[in-house]
Design a protein. Structure first.
Length: 320
């Protein structure tokens, strides 16, 4: 009888361990936190990137951050403004969109319907909690489904237990379409909006976030941090002392008024050798023939972009 009880206890423990690992993941920067694992239906079986197509001829992709804040229902209700929002999005393959002021993805869906009206195929990714619990503001990724694919199992907010971020960064893994899967450029992107009232404090934590994402066990060396950092490349604090981390934009204003540099894209220059050394700030006034007032209606921020080869390692045939 004792042996049967002992066996039952071992079976129960084993089942408990299996259930835990199957339904939870461990998160945290300095403190461990357990959070329910959110699996997309297509991610329950098969590879991380379940779909694959090969658009011909594309050798590079452009990653961007576009802060349209405040991106809210009032802005989307202005048809002439909403129509201008989609113009910069269509210039890029993957766009980090911080500071969406809404409780669910409905506003983002509306934006993509306008973006895709011309026959494009953009999709979006937000944290699984958006729309399921009280959310007033969130970040999102918008990407061209013809050139970029996403591993939806990786989409999550960075969650430090003490709530030190006013707006939690959003993380997701992406891969370029076109090359063979083992030769395609992959990256993990971090979408950030630093609070202007807590710039120094949040930048310090963000350095820990960069290291935590890089060392999360997925063996991804291309970590691309994109968003509104609240300062220029000379005042990034602990982010600036991370080994080999560089900024795509230097000595260039990123606001419509041309007075401040607050948006940027950061990455490890040695790991991300796929960077083509092409980057820039999209001038909404010149490119879309807008007046400064019209451009400011879209956003006070200008989109910032950086270009990367679609091939891992930067050249075809060099991936292991």
């Amino acid at each position: 009888m004792f042996k049967l009880v002992k066996l039952a206890v071992f079976v129960a423990i084993g089942f408990g361990v299996w259930y835990f690992l199957s339904h939870f993941r461990i998160l945290g920067l300095e403190k461990v936190r357990v959070q329910p694992r959110q699996l997309a239906p297509s991610a329950e079986a098969g590879p991380s990137f379940p779909s694959f197509t090969s658009p011909p001829g594309k050798k590079a992709v452009r990653l961007a951050t576009a802060n349209f804040g405040p991106l809210d229902a009032a802005k989307m209700a202005k048809q002439h403004v909403a129509g201008r929002l989609v113009q910069p999005i269509r210039q890029f393959d993957l766009v980090a969109v911080p500071g969406i002021q809404a409780r669910d993805p409905g506003l983002l869906v509306q934006l993509l319907e306008l973006t895709n009206a011309a026959g494009r195929h953009y999709d979006y990714a937000v944290a699984p909690q958006v729309g399921r619990e009280p959310t007033r503001q969130y970040n999102a990724f918008v990407f061209d489904n013809d050139t970029i694919e996403i591993d939806r199992r990786t989409v999550a907010w960075v969650d430090d237990r003490e709530g030190r971020f006013a707006d939690p960064p959003l993380v997701a893994a992406f891969r370029c379409r076109g090359p063979a899967p083992n030769e395609a450029f992959t990256c993990t992107a971090i979408n950030v909006q630093i609070s202007p009232e807590r710039t120094a404090e949040e930048l310090a934590i963000l350095a820990k976030v960069f290291r935590a994402v890089r060392d999360d066990g997925r063996n991804e060396d291309d970590i691309i941090l994109m968003g509104t950092l609240g300062t220029d490349e000379e005042h990034l604090g602990p982010l600036a002392v991370l080994p080999n981390v560089c900024a795509a934009i230097a000595a260039t204003p990123t606001t419509v008024r041309g007075t401040r540099a607050v948006d940027n894209i950061l990455f490890d220059r040695r790991a991300s050798c796929e960077f083509t050394h092409r980057s820039g700030v999209l001038d909404l006034v010149r490119q879309f023939n807008l007046s400064p007032r019209e451009a400011a209606e879209v956003s006070e921020h200008l989109p910032v972009w950086a270009e990367f080869s679609v091939f891992e390692g930067g050249q075809a045939g060099t991936a292991p």
